[in-house]
Design a protein around this ligand. Structure first.
Ligand code: PLP
Length: 398
C-alpha cells in the first residue's frame, strides 16, 4: 500500500466491506490485469484481432462459442438486446435506437426490474427496445411469460441478483423452456456471478457478466454466446456500441483477468475470507445490542458475509447511524447497507487487502464503544437519512 495514490490526490483511504460496488471503484484488480494493461497501452493493435483474442479467452472460460468485451455489464445488456433486434443487418445497426421496423419487445419478470445503481430495464430501452413486464413484482408464472410473447418479441431478459424478488418467480429453466418453445432467445444478466458456465449450459443464448466484479478485471463487461449472436454484438461497434466502446487496455486487462481466473486458488481465498469473518466475530462478541452471524451469498456465489444486527436500545445507536459513523474519519469503512432500515448490515470480505480486516474490527469496536458512552440513543430518523442522501447526490461536486 506504500504506492497508494489516494493521499497524494487528497482522497480518503476507504476500506471496502460492502462488496463489488461501482460507487467505490468495483474491486481490486488482479496483478495479471494490471500488468497486461500497462504492457499494452503503449502499443498499437489490430483491434478486430484483439477482440478475436478476447473472444477465444471468453469462449474457453464460459464454454460458449464466442465472446465479446463491452464497457460494462450494463452496456453488455444494451448491446445484447441490440444484437437480438438487428442481427448482422448493418443498416438496422446504424438506425438504432430507432427499432420501429424490428422485433423490439423484451420480456422481463416484474420482480427482476431492479436497480443496480441504474434501472436494468433502462439498459434495454437504451437499445431502442420496449420492455414488457411479466407478472407482478411478487408473483410471476410460466403462463404469464408465455402469454406475453408476441410476434414482436425480440428476447427475454433474466436477471440474477440479490436485488431481485427471491420468491414466486419463474425459475430459470422454466423461463428458458417457455421462451425457446416460441423461438424467443434468452439473455441473462449474471453481472455478479462466479459461475461462468451454468446459464449457457442450461440454454441461455447470451450471458452478460461484469469484468470488474469477482473477476478482478478493469471496468468492463463480457458477453458470451453463439458465434452468430456474438458477431451481432461486435457489429454494434458500428452503431450504438460506439458510445460504449472499450479500448485496448480494457480488452487486455479483462483477457488477463479471465486467464488468471482459471488458475485462481479459490480455496485459499475462501480461507482468507473466513479469517476476516472470524476476526470480526471475535471483535463483536458480547457487545451489548450487537449480534453477528455468518450468512451465505443469496445467489449461491461461494462467498460468505457477516450479518451484523443492531438492537439500538442496547447498542445505543441505530444500524444506520453506526454505518454512517464507520464511513467517516480518516479510515472510513463502508459496509453493505442495502437492508439497513431493518437494523442490520453486512460485512463483505471479498475486497480486502491484507491487514484491512483489522482496521474494520478496530473501527467497529471504536464506534460501538463510543455509542455505549452516549447519554441518548444515537438515532436519526431513517426518512431523514434517505432525504439527506438525495440532497448529497444533487450537490455534487460540492
Ligand atoms: C453490477 C450489476 C450490473 C451492472 O454491472 P456493470 O458491469 O457495473 O455495468 C447489472 N446487473 C446486475 C444484476 C448487477 O449486479
Amino acid at each position: 500500500m506504500s504506492n497508494d495514490i489516494r493521499p497524494e490526490l487528497g482522497l480518503r483511504q476507504i476500506v471496502n466491506v460492502s462488496g463489488t460496488m461501482t460507487s467505490l471503484g468495483a474491486s481490486i484488480a488482479v496483478p495479471e490485469a494490471i500488468e497486461a494493461m500497462s504492457r499494452g497501452l503503449p502499443q498499437f493493435f489490430d483491434m478486430s484481432a484483439l477482440h478475436r483474442y478476447a473472444s477465444t479467452v471468453i469462449a474457453d472460460l464460459t464454454g460458449a462459442e464466442a465472446g465479446f468485451v463491452t464497457a460494462s455489464c450494463a452496456s453488455g445488456i444494451t448491446v445484447a438486446v441490440a444484437a437480438m433486434m438487428t442481427g448482422t443487418d448493418l443498416l438496422a445497426i446504424e438506425r438504432l435506437p430507432d427499432a420501429s421496423a424490428l422485433k423490439n419487445e423484451v420480456l422481463m419478470l416484474s420482480g427482476h426490474m431492479v436497480s443496480f445503481g441504474a434501472p436494468v430495464e433502462q439498459m434495454v430501452r437504451l437499445a431502442g427496445a420496449r420492455v414488457v413486464p411479466v407478472g407482478q413484482a411478487t408473483s410471476a408464472s410460466a403462463y404469464q411469460l408465455a402469454g406475453s410473447i408476441t410476434d414482436r418479441t425480440a428476447a427475454a431478459l433474466f436477471v440474477v441478483s440479490h436485488h431481485v424478488v427471491d420468491y414466486a418467480q419463474v425459475p430459470f429453466q422454466t423461463f428458458v423452456e417457455v421462451a425457446h418453445a416460441r423461438g424467443v432467445p434468452v439473455i441473462v444478466d449474471a453481472a455478479s456471478e462466479y459461475d461462468l458456465r451454468t446459464f449457457l449450459e442450461q440454454g441461455a443464448d447470451l450471458v452478460v457478466y461484469s469484468g470488474h466484479k469477482f473477476l478482478g478485471g478493469p471496468t468492463s463487461g463480457i458477453v458470451a454466446g453463439s458465434k452468430e449472436l456474438i458477431r451481432a454484438c461486435y457489429l454494434q461497434n458500428r452503431g450504438i456500441g460506439r458510445g460504449m466502446k472499450v479500448g485496448k487496455e480494457t480488452i487486455l486487462g479483462v483477457g488477463a483477468a479471465l486467464t488468471a481466473w482459471k488458475t485462481r486458488d479459490h480455496a485459499a481465498i475462501r480461507v482468507r475470507e473466513r479469517e476476516a469473518l472470524e476476526t470480526w466475530l471475535t471483535a463483536l462478541a458480547d457487545r451489548p445490542g450487537v449480534s453477528a452471524t455468518i450468512v451465505p451469498d443469496p445467489t449461491n456465489n461461494p462467498l460468505d458475509r457477516l450479518k451484523v444486527s443492531i438492537n439500538s436500545n442496547d447498542a445505543r445507536i441505530t444500524a444506520w447511524n453506526l454505518a454512517m459513523r464507520l464511513a467517516t474519519g480518516n479510515r472510513p469503512v463502508i459496509v453493505r447497507d442495502h437492508e439497513i432500515e431493518h437494523g442490520h448490515f453486512f460485512l463483505d470480505p471479498c475486497n480486502l487487502h491484507p491487514q484491512e480486516k483489522h482496521v474494520v474490527a478496530e473501527r467497529l469496536v471504536e464506534e460501538l464503544e463510543k455509542a455505549q458512552l452516549s447519554n441518548q440513543i444515537i438515532s436519526t430518523p431513517i426518512e431523514e437519512v434517505w432525504l439527506s442522501r438525495e440532497r448529497t447526490i444533487l450537490n455534487w461536486p460540492d
